[in-house]
Design a protein around this ligand. Structure first.
Ligand code: CA
Length: 244
């Protein structure tokens, strides 16, 4: 699953440099030149990570980060602050408002990509390329393959993304709206019943290998992937590649 990065930066040259390098590293990018536009984009669809310039016209990056952290829907979006400031005080302020990391300008594309990868690995495991195992079920994001003891399960792209998200966020209940936000990236234009349709398809595919009970319906709340009362197994995430 390609991670979508929102770049909030008012300087066109820096914005273009970042966009170019992120796209080269296979990230999907969107940008805003100020916090107001960034807010509008976030309201439409949640990004997987926000690269946020500190010094912006009108609302500062710090204020915007503060708003994202206060809202239940956006509080978990990983944020990396970009700044020309080097004072230790500012760094502390940035981290206090809830930024996950902090990059001082000027930075190299290599450093930028490494920091983004590190934060995503930590915060959005479904955006990483690591193979996930749960209860004999194995999902490989690189080859787009789901297998149980060498039997391959055929899944459509949406069911694959849905399963990937749920396998990396086990034992938690997600509402239909939350799943639309996190898996479809769109909670505005996609109807909630769409989630039910894809859950049904996913269960049917898992049923062929006797694993459909992994996905549980929680009445009035949503869905949960539970590794099973019997095994009580935690997801094991294996690092496959040694990317930078
Ligand atoms: Ca700026």
């Amino acid at each position: 699953m390609t991670a979508k990065i929102l770049i909030v930066e008012d300087e066109p040259a820096i914005r273009e440099m970042i966009t170019y390098n992120l796209q080269k590293a296979d990230y999907e990018t969107v940008y805003a030149e100020n916090a107001e536009k960034a807010m509008a984009l976030v309201n439409e669809a949640l990004p997987d990570l926000v690269l946020l310039d500190w010094m912006l016209p009108n609302m500062s990056g710090i204020e915007f980060a503060h708003i994202l952290r206060k809202d239940k829907r956006t509080k978990l979006i990983p944020i990396i602050m970009l700044t020309a400031r080097t004072e230790e005080n500012d760094k502390v302020k940035g981290l206090e408002v809830g930024a996950d990391d902090y990059i001082t300008k000027p930075f190299s594309p290599r450093e930028l990509i490494a920091r983004i990868n590190a934060v995503l690995r930590r915060r959005s495991p479904e955006s990483s390329d690591e193979v996930v195992f749960i209860d004999a079920l194995q999902l490989d994001p690189v080859n787009h393959r789901v297998t149980v003891e060498r039997h391959e399960i055929e899944l459509g792209p949406t069911e694959f993304r849905l399963l990937h998200f749920m396998m990396t966020h086990t034992e938690r209940v997600y509402s239909r709206g939350q799943l639309l936000d996190r898996v479809w990236g769109d909670h505005v234009f996609v109807e909630e019943r769409t989630v039910d349709v894809h859950i049904r398809r996913l269960r049917k595919a898992l049923q062929s290998v006797g694993k459909d009970d992994l996905i549980q319906t929680v009445r009035g709340s949503g869905y949960r992937l539970s590794a099973g009362r019997a095994t009580n197994q935690q997801p094991i995430i294996h690092t496959k590649s040694t990317d930078q």
